[in-house]
Design a protein around this ligand. Structure first.
Ligand code: 5MM
Length: 349
């Protein structure tokens, strides 16, 4: 069982490719549509997702796409399942299986992710539909006294229960503990919190017998908070992020695919690229990375495309080109080969 799962996980981490996270819940997707003046209906969510999955030429850069279950049931205007369009292009189909977050009792400002009830049955059904990987996101907030150990532990426990159920169902778990960027915290504080969160997550994964050789970690980059007055350079972010991962993520994990977390699209790409510069990944055995580093971006892949589409059929091609461009830039970043020039040329064009 683990062998087949490992093969899938390795396919998701294929060199110079990444994941397209297009699993925004109905509420989040509607919010993003509303920001672009687009009607917030199931039909417009379908049209938007059709635009994404039918973008020609995506597969050289994208190994897998994470869908929402609504999307799994939807067809193109020509009646083809959106999931089949992806599969035909050689892109693996994944599914978000968490049910979102709820307030953690007695812990103001903190949240726990729900969705374990009935998860075994849902995973079994998704497996019959050809879904080969899944995703569950936990959310941790940095503030005075936060996150608490209680919040870190309940979320780590739930992530491990989810991951274990996925492997039982022959589905590769993508484990996503997200430390949010909101707040005025420093880069150093984000590093401390992310380190602690990842320690607890891997302790729970170990306790619950999750096979690390058959999972992917989807962490945040280590960044200063959005309202922190001390900006960090690309090199500082790369150094802080890689130090944190080296200290916490066992070598057996198949790969690390970052979330973008609301960073500007080009900055997320530049930071990913900085992590792939030779001075970050070699020079001494102590600095070699044991796992490939890639992307599992949502907004940083999609946002330019959504804005350009604006809900209008006539804008489909330009929107798809914008998605392709971001996918190409991030695929270059995974090889350390991205440069600002790629974006400047695209802007000029
Ligand atoms: C952190 O969000 C995940 C990655 O997207 P970004 O790169 O934009 O940060 C993303 O997969 C997220 O989990 C989904 O969009 C689902 O979020 P909601 O809030 O809709 O459940």
């Amino acid at each position: 069982m683990i062998n087949a799962l490992t093969v899938t996980a390795q396919a998701l981490m294929e060199p110079s490719k990444g994941l397209l996270a297009m699993d925004e819940s109905v509420g989040t997707c509607n919010r993003r549509l509303a920001e672009c003046g687009i009607a917030q209906t199931e039909e417009f969510r379908r049209r938007y997702r059709e635009l994404l999955v039918t973008a020609p030429g995506l597969s050289p850069f994208i190994s897998g796409a994470i869908l929402l279950d609504e999307t799994l049931r939807q067809n193109t205007r020509d009646g083809v399942l959106l999931a089949d369009v992806l599969r035909a292009a050689g892109i693996l189909v994944g599914i978000k299986v968490d049910a979102g977050t709820t307030a953690l009792a007695d812990h103001p400002g903190e949240r726990v992710t729900e969705g374990l009830d009935g998860l075994r049955e849902r995973l079994a059904r998704f497996a019959t539909l050809g879904v080969c990987f899944a995703k569950w996101r936990a959310v941790l907030v940095i503030a005075d006294g936060l996150p608490t150990q209680a919040c870190i532990q309940v979320n780590a426990h739930a992530l491990a229960r989810y991951a274990s159920l996925c492997q039982e169902a022959q589905i590769v778990p993508v484990v996503e503990p997200e430390v949010l960027m909101d707040g005025g915290h420093t880069l150093t504080r984000c590093a401390e919190v992310t380190t602690e969160v990842l320690h607890q997550v891997f302790e729970q994964l170990h306790e619950q017998g999750v096979a690390l050789e058959a999972m992917i970690l989807k962490p945040n980059m280590v960044l200063p908070g959005l309202s922190c007055g001390e900006p960090a350079s690309l090199a500082e972010v790369a150094e802080a992020t890689l130090s944190c991962l080296r200290r916490t993520v066992p070598a057996a994990v198949v790969g690390v695919a970052f979330l973008s977390g609301g960073q500007p699209a080009t900055l997320a790409t530049a930071r990913l690229n900085a992590m792939h510069q030779p001075n970050q990944t070699s020079g001494s055995p102590a600095f070699e990375l044991p796992w490939p580093l890639s992307f599992s971006f949502g907004r940083a892949l999609q946002q330019p495309a959504l804005g350009l589409w604006a809900g209008k059929d006539g804008n489909r091609v330009i929107a798809q080109n914008a998605l392709l461009h971001r996918a190409r830039c991030n695929a270059a970043a995974v090889q350390g080969a991205y440069s600002d020039a790629m974006d400047e040329e695209a802007r000029a064009a």
